[in-house]
Design a protein around this ligand. Structure first.
Ligand code: IPE
Ligand code: IPE
Ligand code: MG
Ligand code: MG
Ligand code: MG
Length: 315
């Protein structure tokens, strides 16, 4: 075989991520269908269109990928895992719709398209976020997610904790507070405070992806702890990479506005460690991810490559 046509681990990873993304897209499109479900009265067109705008046709789908790959590591998979991944992606998409609102980060571009409040209006964007969040729990609670109701219950409970007051929404509160909008005398955040903020606003959902995969795969305590540790580490890495991309990336590649965090006074590790310091931190986190996965050997190759992808991504 021609050496140039040989597949590298990165090619295999990209193909796998693209395949999960395509499956996730199809599943999300199905979940956002026109026909009302049992218990629903009607699906108002403007709201449904706004939800589709928020969810379909973009995004790396990294969170569903984490659910699926963590479960696959344990020999689980199939429709239930895909549904749990879709539920997580719905929470993520809702968080982006609200994050972009004028009252939050005030962004006009997301995934290369106008943000939901730009394509529609603020009120529709707020409602689209609300309905995406509730749809996520509708999906996570469905019997097809797992045959064991106790496993489903654990997934729903964990998703609620990851998304809410002590997770993503709480982290978004800390993120806005760090800008000094509620207290102009506010001192810049310490490194420890930034780590807490980021573990909540971004880390919680990514970590949930790994924990959900472990729950669905009915991991033993040691395996669960390892996947959880991996989730914590890649969650940290993910937001550092996002913050570096805000400084070094360009709007066209990112599909969202670059260069806004410093001006807004966002609490980021780049603001305290500088670009080189943040990059070194990322390298250390990728090594920590490798360590967490070490006992799984070759079976964890995809998750191992995912940590590298998160650290090295350009969008
Ligand atoms: C962006 O997340 C928001 C953050 C948590 C930093 P992603 O970079 O995963 O966005 P999509 O889903 O690929 O658009
Ligand atoms: C967003 O963080 C985190 C959530 C949406 C929960 P950012 O505000 O940094 O994300 P981007 O850069 O707008 O994607
Ligand atoms: Mg934000
Ligand atoms: Mg933002
Ligand atoms: Mg950002």
């Amino acid at each position: 075989m021609d050496a140039r046509s040989q597949k590298t681990p990165k090619d295999t990873f990209s193909a796998r991520l693209a395949s999960v993304a395509a499956d996730t897209e199809a599943l999300l499109a199905r979940l956002l269908g026109d026909t009302p479900l049992a218990g629903e009265t009607a699906r108002p067109k403007r709201l449904l269109d706004a939800m589709r705008h928020a969810v379909l046709g973009g995004g790396k789908r990294l969170r569903p990928f984490l659910v699926i790959e963590s479960a696959t590591l344990l020999g689980a998979g199939g429709e239930g895992t895909a549904l749990a991944g879709a539920a997580l992606e719905l929470v993520h998409c809702y968080s982006l719709v609200h994050d972009d609102l004028p009252a939050m980060d005030n962004d006009d571009l997301r995934r290369g398209q106008p943000t939901v409040h730009k394509a529609f209006d603020d009120a529709t964007a707020i409602l689209a976020g609300d309905a995406l969040l509730t749809l996520a729990f509708d999906v996570a609670a469905r019997p097809e997610v797992h045959t064991d109701p106790a496993v489903r219950n654990a997934v729903v409970l964990e998703l609620a904790r990851a998304a809410g007051l002590g997770g993503m929404a709480g982290g978004q509160m800390l993120d806005l507070a760090a800008e000094g909008r509620f207290d102009q005398q506010r001192a810049p955040l310490s490194e420890k405070e930034i780590l807490t903020l980021q573990a909540m606003k971004t880390g919680a959902l990514l970590r949930f992806g790994c924990r959900a995969g472990a729950l669905l795969g009915q991991a033993d305590a040691d395996t669960f702890a390892r996947l959880d540790r991996y989730g914590v580490v890649i969650g940290q890495a993910f937001q550092i990479a996002d913050d570096l991309l805000d400084v070094e990336g360009d709007t066209a590649t990112l599909g969202k506005a670059a260069g806004k965090d410093a001006a807004a006074g966002k609490g980021t590790l780049v603001s305290i460690l500088g670009i080189d310091g943040a990059r070194k931190r990322l390298d250390g986190l990728v090594k920590d991810a490798d360590t967490a996965l070490a006992p799984f050997g070759a079976k964890a190759e995809t998750l191992r490559t995912t940590a590298h992808f998160i650290a090295e991504r350009k969008a």
